[in-house]
Design a protein around this ligand. Structure first.
Ligand code: PEP
Ligand code: MN
Length: 337
């Protein structure tokens, strides 16, 4: 249940609702917006719904939420969330291009990629120090050394960076360095990790699990939000279907579905969706056209030597060309890229 307070509700009236909720064993999550206060009630649904909330002074309306997730829903917050990533706004009309290598391999490889994406107009650098690999024998990332190189690139280019965290024990380390923490597709339902990430302060990019429904994905975001971290960006990166010609099937409609259900920004990763270089541009264009709030794109200075995902990485020149094309689509749909 979401209890929407009237514009003129007093602090005492808000407190009375909170106490009423507590008296029936429910939790009250108070969100003070610019205009009005909204209270999310979590607890025994039947018990909460049977009380006459609208009869209490200062309450404008009580809205039952049919979905399990509450705080990330549009009912809870009608306006789009705008997430600040190291000074770069994402969402609510602010489009963010995030690009760089899939993995940090060497200092030189990272710098070459970072300089190229910055020059082409990317605003957030991507590059992982911890890689989730299907095979335990594949390159697993440079660890803290990789995060240090990312930090150097940020200082040099004035560009915040995003990096994945795989293990709850590394959350502190990654959040010390990175401006945006990424939860990968394999960890979307790792609730221990989600809780841990919800307790630190850096914004979070939550990828969709490759077998997750939109509801499950939004519930994963709810785990993070409920722990106190409200700065969440959703990332559609394709789901596993019976179609083998692409690495995953980009569920482009999920962008519009999530934006309808939730106030959180939604971006698209066309690199991990398609899994092939030739698919990155068409999928990226579709994402801009449908209203995504940003893109996450693999760019490598020499993809043929890449230790991870070379087949889907764009060359710097291809990325610059794509940026030009995306700007045209952005102009047509009223988005500045
Ligand atoms: C990535 O972005 O490098 C990555 C591993 O993505 P996903 O978790 O979507 O596979
Ligand atoms: Mn990758």
């Amino acid at each position: 249940m979401i209890i929407v307070m009237a514009l003129e509700a007093t602090p005492e009236q808000i407190q009375a609702v909170v106490e009423r909720l507590r008296s029936i064993g429910a939790e009250a999550h108070v969100s003070e917006g610019q205009k009005r206060t909204v209270i999310g009630a979590v607890g025994d649904r039947g018990l909460i719904q049977q009380l006459p909330w609208e009869a209490m002074d200062g309450v404008e309306r009580a809205v039952p939420v049919l979905k399990e997730f509450k705080f990330v829903s549009r009912e809870f917050q009608a306006a789009d969330s705008v997430i600040d990533v190291g000074g770069v706004p994402v969402g609510g009309g602010h489009f963010a291009m995030m690009a760089g290598p899939c993995a940090v391999e060497t200092r030189d490889q990272l710098m070459a990629s970072a300089e190229a994406v910055k020059k082409a107009g990317a605003v957030i650098l991507r590059g992982d120090a911890f890689k989730p690999r299907t095979s335990p024998y594949s390159f697993q990332g440079l660890g803290e050394e990789g995060l240090r190189y990312m930090g150097e690139a940020r200082e040099l280019l004035g560009m915040p960076f995003i990096a994945e965290v795989l293990d709850p024990r590394d959350v502190e380390l990654v959040s010390e360095y990175a401006d945006l923490i990424r939860v990968g597709t394999r960890n979307m339902a790792n609730f221990t990790l989600l809780r841990e990430i919800g307790r630190q302060e850096k914004p979070v990019l939550l990828k969709r699990g490759f077998t997750a429904t939109v509801d499950e994905w939004l519930n994963a975001a709810e785990y993070i939000y409920k722990e106190g971290n409200h700065d969440i960006i959703m990332c559609e990166r394709g789901i596993r279907t019976y179609e083998p010609s692409t690495r995953n099937t980009l569920d482009i409609s999920a962008v519009a579905v999530v934006k309808r259900l939730s106030h959180l920004p939604v971006i698209v990763d066309p690199s991990h969706s398609g899994g092939h270089r030739f698919l990155v541009a068409p999928l990226a264009k579709a994402a801009v056209a449908i209203g995504a709030d940003g893109l996450l794109i693999d760019v490598h200075p020499a993809p043929e030597t890449a230790r991870v995902d070379g087949e889907q990485a764009l060359l710097p020149d291809d990325f610059a060309e794509l940026m030009d094309e995306l700007r045209k689509i952005g102009n047509a749909v009223g988005v500045t890229i």
